[in-house]
Design a protein around this ligand. Structure first.
Ligand code: SF4
Length: 74
């Protein structure tokens, strides 16, 4: 799993629980966003965690969030 305290994670504002996102620092955060509905999340629906290309070799929490969030189409 990605450590939220890892410098690369901190730079992206990654948190394991999306509601803890720093909405002051990251104006693009909106309620309801989470890794599980981000287009970059490579986990399967229902998985608690899955791969994200921004954190190669590690998994991000399905309920997590980072500032590179892109809403999954559809
Ligand atoms: S890019 Fe998407 S899936 Fe990856 S950590 Fe950020 S919000 Fe989560």
């Amino acid at each position: 799993m990605v450590d939220p305290n890892d410098p690369a994670a901190k730079a992206l504002g990654y948190v394991e629980v999306a509601t803890q996102a720093d909405a002051t620092r990251f104006k693009n955060y909106a309620a309801g966003q989470a890794c599980s509905n981000c287009s970059l999340f490579a986990g399967k629906p229902g998985d608690a965690a899955g791969p994200c290309p921004l954190f190669a070799g590690k998994q991000v929490a399905a309920k997590g969030w980072c500032s590179a969030y892109i809403k999954k189409a559809g």
